[in-house]
Design a protein around this ligand. Structure first.
Ligand code: NAP
Length: 443
């Protein structure tokens, strides 16, 4: 029997479990660990609550989770409740699928002012991640600034702009819905340090901005490069640029009909945050420097101006959490690895392997390639294949250390309770408190 431990139950974790089942069939036992008592990682707490079709992939992961050779082992913090060396003693291979849960820091003056958040915290807040449920962003100002030109910036801007009615059918948590309902924001500026041709936002997601009830997008046509140069772009980027062009051509009188403007401020690199007038604690402005593109990079022109900002969300990428003694690539913010191998018997997949890029589906080939690599390492005796204690050994360890494990059958009870608590039309109302999650499995 092969014993495999996967740390992280998000897309990278479950695609790896699926691949391991394909690889070894009846001859493998897989334990999928998670720090939370609930599975699915980014599907639950990262994917936007109004993108339910993307979350449907959880049904595929459930199929894997219900296979009797796979176990969900929730409420276990690897590195705290159990260390990697112990897992390596118990399992033939340990795969880190821990994602990239920390924000890349925007290290500019004023970054500690209140009401500036990283996207991990802000997205976690509206998605009910227990760590960020109490974030309480102040939405009483008029101006929000969202920094970054990727899909996370787009998610944040869209969520800030939507009306309560537009959240029907979403699983946004009640505390966020209530706060957004009373929001006074009328201007959401998306700051991009480069230009339209360097946009990381994907066309489908950008297109959604044209169909918001309360908000309309705006691009300054002076920021658009000559249309003939679009031909050189990769087709996806070209489609995104076409959306930006259409935002630039919305007539002023049409735009004014909606109370919220989503303004793309491009070629604008943030250089400092300044406090609000009359406050020393809370953000009031973002100072930016105009840029031009040189060799695909943003280069400051020296010309600066300020953008009003009562709320700031930085969406500039993520970093993996380092684990003591595990090789880490500080610059890239992920585990140091060679095609997914960190050390013999220790692997990484998904964002923990390649950094925060790609779609949910990108994790599938990642998971399959790691299963192949583990098989190769077993065949080449890079991994010792002699008997290991596996899941029984872990259960003994957990009992000795009084760990309160949450199984998949427990999650099914938590799931039922969340579905039962859903407001009208919503798929669920998430628990945002770990103790409440654990209590729900016993109810
Ligand atoms: P991303 O696509 O890498 O975008 C990050 C943005 O931050 C870039 O525009 C980058 O600009 C900017 N940035 C970085 N450092 C900056 C700085 N110091 N100052 C100003 N701007 C800075 O990352 P993401 O939006 O976090 O998304 C992560 C991944 O998840 C992506 O692959 C994304 O497509 C995916 N995702 C997908 C969906 C969806 O499919 N619906 C939703 C959410 C996320 P430069 O390009 O100039 O570096």
């Amino acid at each position: 029997m092969r014993h495999i431990a996967i740390v992280g139950s998000g897309p990278a974790g479950y695609y790896t479990a699926e691949a391991a089942l394909k690889q070894w069939g009846e001859n493998v036992h897989i334990d999928v660990f998670d720090a939370l008592p609930v599975p699915y990682g980014l599907i639950r707490t990262g994917v936007a609550p109004d993108h339910q079709s993307i979350k449907a992939v959880a049904r595929r992961f459930e199929k894997t989770a219900l296979n009797e050779n796979v176990r969900f082992v929730g409420n276990v913090k690897v590195g705290e409740n159990v260390n990697i060396a112990t897992l390596q003693d118990l399992y033939h291979a340990v795969v880190l699928a821990t994602g990239a849960p920390h924000d890349r820091q925007l290290d500019i003056p004023g970054r500690d002012l209140a009401n500036i958040f990283g996207s991990a915290a802000f997205v976690g807040w509206y998605n009910g991640h227990p760590e960020f449920a109490d974030l309480a962003p102040d939405l009483s100002g008029k101006n929000a600034v969202v920094i970054g030109m990727g899909n996370v910036a787009l998610d944040v801007a869209r969520i800030l702009a939507k009306s309560r009615a537009e959240f029907a059918g979403s699983d946004i948590v009640e505390h966020a819905l209530t706060a957004l309902d009373t929001s006074s924001l009328s201007s959401i500026t998306i700051l991009g340090r480069r230009g339209p041709h360097q946009v990381m936002m994907t066309p489908k997601e950008l297109g959604e901005l044209m169909h918001l009830d309360r908000a309309s997008p705006r691009v300054d046509s002076a920021d658009l490069p000559d249309v003939s140069t679009d031909a050189l772009l990769e087709p996806g980027v070209r489609k995104s640029v076409t959306h930006l062009r259409s935002f630039a051509s919305i007539p002023e009188n049409m735009r004014g009909k909606k109370p919220v403007e989503i303004d793309f401020d491009l070629f604008a690199s943030p250089v400092a945050f300044h406090p609000a007038k009359g406050s020393s604690a809370s953000v009031g402005e973002v100072e930016v420097e105009e840029t031009r593109i040189e060799a695909d990079r943003a280069v400051g022109t020296g010309k600066k101006y300020c953008v009003p900002a009562d709320l700031v969300v930085t969406c500039i990428g993520y970093r993996t959490s380092p684990i003591p003694d595990i090789p880490f690539d500080e610059r890239a913010g992920r585990f140091a690895n060679n095609e997914g191998r960190i050390l013999p018997g220790l692997y990484c997949v998904g964002w923990a392997r390649r950094g925060p890029s790609g779609t949910i589906g990108t994790n599938r080939p990642d998971g399959y390639s790691i299963a192949d690599l583990i098989e190769q390492d077993m065949a080449n005796k890079v991994i010792d294949t002699s008997d290991k204690a596996g899941r029984n050994g872990f259960d003994t360890f957990a009992a000795q250390h009084n760990l309160e494990l949450v199984r998949f059958s427990d999650w099914q009870k938590i799931d039922e309770a969340e579905i039962a608590a859903a407001r009208d039309g919503a798929p669920r109302e998430k628990f945002v408190d770990i103790a409440e999650m654990i209590a729900a499995r016993k109810a």
